[in-house]
Design a protein around this ligand. Sequence first.
Ligand SMILES: [Zn+2]
Length: 277
Amino acid sequence: MGARHPRRAWSPGAGPVPYARDTVEAIVLLHQPDQLVWRWSANVVYTAKSCYRSTFQGSRACPAWKLLWKTWAPPRVKFFHWLANKDRCWTAERLRRRGLQHHPRCLLCDQEPESMHHLTLACPFSRQVWYDTLSWLRLPCRPPDNEPTLHDWWTTARQHTPKPMRKGLATATLLVPWLIWKHRNSCVFDGVQPSIQSVNDKIKTEAALWARAGALGLRAVLPVDWDDRTWHQFTYQEGTTHAPGNAQRVQQHLIKLADGGHGVILVANLPSGADQG
Ligand SMILES: [Zn+2]
């Protein structure tokens, strides 16, 4: 070390550290009182704005922040995409890197190794789901074609989408990969067989629920008759139940959303007298 960095060679008793001494000796002292300065602004004056910005020193911005931050989607879906952007989801590719047990090929197509990029943008299974969803939503953009990232595809697709439909496109951009990932998890953990029709049905059901929950941009791109058709699937049933911790019988309305006749996937309890419309 001493030979390679002779200026840093130092031993106890040899006096001040040489490079520190050089640094100190290069400082010119003035006959002016010392003063504190704020280094995070150009004019060395403290401002709350410069203080806030200083907290981001050394941080790296997520390229897809605008898509995640400004798009309507449930928080858990945004959180999934944030993890996917940071490559923190346990795909087979990540399991392989950690030396953990993994399946050799994508369970959805059985053709390529599974990575988040493959699952969301390159997998033939996923591309067919994208194609079906964009057709159903009447979005004029093309489905993903092996773009480097989901954000890259969204940026390109946005340019080919009329302005009133762009919020719907952004929400669909978060919705589709999330349900593909959930379907993939069902295949891995529950032994479910891959089914494009199943994913498409779940996308339609979820899209209708998101639109009713406040995704106005998504509502704008849903088929005109879809919302009414979905709402007709709600059936009302009056029932009685006990309030928790209270023996008093409370009249409630039970709203059930039928899942294509296969079962009830949502049951919401409304207080008696709540507006059913
Ligand atoms: Zn695949």
